[in-house]
Structure formats: C-alpha cells, structure tokens
Write a protein that binds this ligand. Sequence first.
Ligand SMILES: Cc1cc2nc3c(=O)[nH]c(=O)nc-3n(C[C@H](O)[C@H](O)[C@H](O)COP(=O)(O)O)c2cc1C
Length: 230
Amino acid sequence: MKWCKVVTQSNQQLGWAEPARLLAFAYIDFLLVKRLRAVATHSQFDIFFIYQEETKENKSVGKLFYGTQTGTTVAVAESIQKQLADLVSEIKPIDRSSAADFADNDFLVLGSSTWGDGELTDDWVDFWPQMDNINFSGKKVALFALGDQVGYGYNFVSSMKIMYDKVLERGGTIIANQITRDGFDFEHTEAIVDGYFVGLVIDEVNEPHLTEDRIAAWAQEVRNGLMVTA
Ligand SMILES: Cc1cc2nc3c(=O)[nH]c(=O)nc-3n(C[C@H](O)[C@H](O)[C@H](O)COP(=O)(O)O)c2cc1C
C-alpha cells in the first residue's frame, strides 16, 4: 500500500497517513471549509497532499430548510442561497427533510411563509414533532419568513416567532436577529423581540421590489453573525 505524505505549502512534512483515511478526510474538509488546497502529484513513492497553512476560518457551510404553501417561498429561498452562495450549500423543502438532515451543519437557515392566523405552513407543521429530535446546541440559526402586511397585518410574519422559540428551546443560537421594522406597515406581529424582527422579513405580496435588497441587508447580518467576510 502506498502511504500519503502530508506536506504544508512551504514543504514542511506533517506526517504520513493511510490513503483511504486521508482521502476521506480531505474530501470532507474540502467540502466544508475548502482548507485543502490540492491533492497533488502521484509520485513513484507517495501521494502528496498539500495543506494550506492558513488558520481555519470560522466559516461553516450550512443548509437552508423552507416550508411553503403555494410556492412563493421557493424563489425567496433560492435568492437567499444565491446571495449566501459560499455559506449555503443546499436548500431543502421541509417536507422532504428529516431530523438527521440537520445534524451535520453548524449553520442553518430556516424559513416559512405565514398561514392561518400567524401560523407555520402545513409542511412545517407536519415536520414540527421532529424538531424535538434535533439538538440545536452549537448551531447558529438564521430565520426568514414571508407574509402579507396589508391582508394579514394583524399577524404579520408571526410564524417566524414559532421557529425562533423552538430553536432557542432546543439550545440553538439565533443570528441576524436584529432586523429593523422600518419600511413595514402593519398592526401586529409576534416576530419582534426587543424592538427588532428576529430574522429576515419578506412581503412578496405588496413589496416584491424590495425583496433582493432586504435579503442583501440580512445576508450581511448573517455574515456578521458567522464572523465571515463576503
Ligand atoms: C389563507 C391565508 C392566510 C395567510 N395568513 C397570513 C398571516 O397570518 N400572516 C401573514 O403575514 N401572512 C399571511 N398570509 C400571506 C402569505 O404568507 C403570503 O401570501 C406568502 O407570500 C405565501 O407564501 P407561500 O406561497 O410560499 O406559501 C396568508 C395568506 C393566505 C392566503
């Protein structure tokens, strides 16, 4: 069996490892933090792995889970992923997700439109019992919600507070949770804590032209919360 020699960029030898283990590790590491610079040349004797000598950035790649009733949230989820392309590797509809899907990521985005009277979408409601099987401790979670401030201004985007409360109850940390209410006009919401929305608020019914800018401003808050630069 050929062994792998692990060297740094400046050619300092870090050690040797079995190829299978190193390949598996390298693959995971590359996907998660892009720390591995290159799987380099196959020489006659060794396979060299060149390791980037930067300190590992505090950067976690995450997943986005969303619920929708009539599909509007899908496009918003896709826009979020575009604006956080380096941080959100996958978007998943909650009705095709399981508690296990939440396990591997330290960063999660959860979103829902608002239905009934300030409630989550049916797909989230169906999933909800599984939230109690997810340990959110150590996870940073950013939230978003869709609503209609004119038609349902008496309970605008209140679904977001349901997600907020559950994530906190399960030990998670909410980031990007001080979003201004300026520019919105509604009677009541549950989704404001200490004067701020606890996540991104989107009104595709009345203000679709503001959606991209709202996502951009919130995405910056997410980066701040994760301590990563664009
Ligand atoms: C029956 C019904 C109930 C709704 N209830 C609320 C509500 O309580 N609060 C709110 O902000 N928006 C409410 N909305 C607005 C939706 O959240 C909004 O239309 C959203 O964009 C739908 O997204 P979706 O297509 O992804 O489900 C309601 C809409 C309908 C049709």
